[in-house]
Design a protein around this ligand. Sequence first.
Ligand code: NDP
Ligand code: MG
Length: 399
Amino acid sequence: MVQSALRRLTVLGATGSIGQSTLDVVARHPDRFEIFALSAQRQDDKLLAQCLQFLPRYAVMGDPAAASRLESALRAAGSRTEVLCGEHALEQVSAAGEVDMVMAAIVGAAGLRPTLAAARAGKKVLLANKEALVLSGALFMEAVARNGATLLPIDSEHNAIFQALPADYTRRPSDAGVRRVLLTASGGPFRVAPLDSLAAVTPEQACAHPNWVMGRKISVDSATMMNKGLEVIEAHWLFGAPAQMIEVVVHPQSVIHSMVEYADGSVIAQLGNPDMRTPIAHAMAWPERIEAGVKPLDLFAIARLEFERPDLERFPCLRLAFEALQAGGAAPAVLNAANEEAVAAFLARRIGFLDIPAVIGETLERSGALAVDSVEAVFAADAAAREWARDQIRLRQAT
Ligand code: NDP
Ligand code: MG
């Protein structure tokens, strides 16, 4: 086999769940991947350990106090890694000429600008930050196309769909004979919990996902199924599929990561153990295949695969996401901002679990039809939606 050239990688959100899995894959292939930059928001101790192991040229911290702690610790350890701070630095290390690939694994809307910077610089963008597409799908896809960037989905469902589509797929489902995209969902920890028990759900219960280990925000999104709603919007932009062509299928075992149904009746699925190192390694090595440290799938141990229709009464966030996609314009950005605020308030025990969809629904109603034709307009809609969502959160706290 021909040895591939060493690829230089920036990992945005290196200290998070996806960031750590990415570095696990990198560590298995020192002959293929080299770290150019790592970033974190406030966990300087974790980033320090990663810097000492992977020797990046740059380490970017969001929080200035954490940046200076990191700087002192690196100097004390004799490291040559340079510490940068702030949002602009994230854009710099994403767009730098030496970089081949950017793993976009910052959580939330904060990931949009650096991810967009990577797309504009024509990089290979490994996209975990689904919020970037939800906020500004049209702008983002346009930046990818105009600058010759390569966009590879990391989200397990979208990575599965990517694998099940033809290699020359061009975002026109009918040209490729695609009839439907079947997006699988585990249903989260409350799939069968009594409906009247949901009001009292705690952050700990919501974060205890049955199949996946993830960051806290996406874990709550999985419990409300907003994660699947955001993924429907993500699939729409990635694969050019209209909302009616995307079907959510609850599949509690999380073994099939998604499927594509073709005009001839074929349904192509991608299966694997629920371990994010599979989609990460797939995207990092694409179009080659590399070892990812993932256990082989034991179909005999799994024995049974089940499928259910999603219950929209139990999971109103999924319905709200479909509505936002249909409404278009700024509605998905408003949905996302309201969700980020509501989830943060829930994790801080300021509102209850059932307040999450209520806050988002009220915010969407208040936002009306805002347009988004620039990144500035996206962030204006995002900021307005956060204000409205905070009003709703205050009201709910008071009652
Ligand atoms: P985590 O919460 O585990 O990690 C988030 C990372 O982003 C951390 O490195 C964190 O730094 C950094 N960060 C947080 N806030 C900011 C900010 N305001 N500015 C810059 N950096 C910030 O998240 P996950 O790894 O779970 O998720 C990352 C993204 O990947 C999300 O968009 C999620 O939807 C997506 N995703 C995750 C999956 C998973 O299995 N975890 C699956 C599919 C998609 P610090 O540690 O210092 O706080
Ligand atoms: Mg997913």
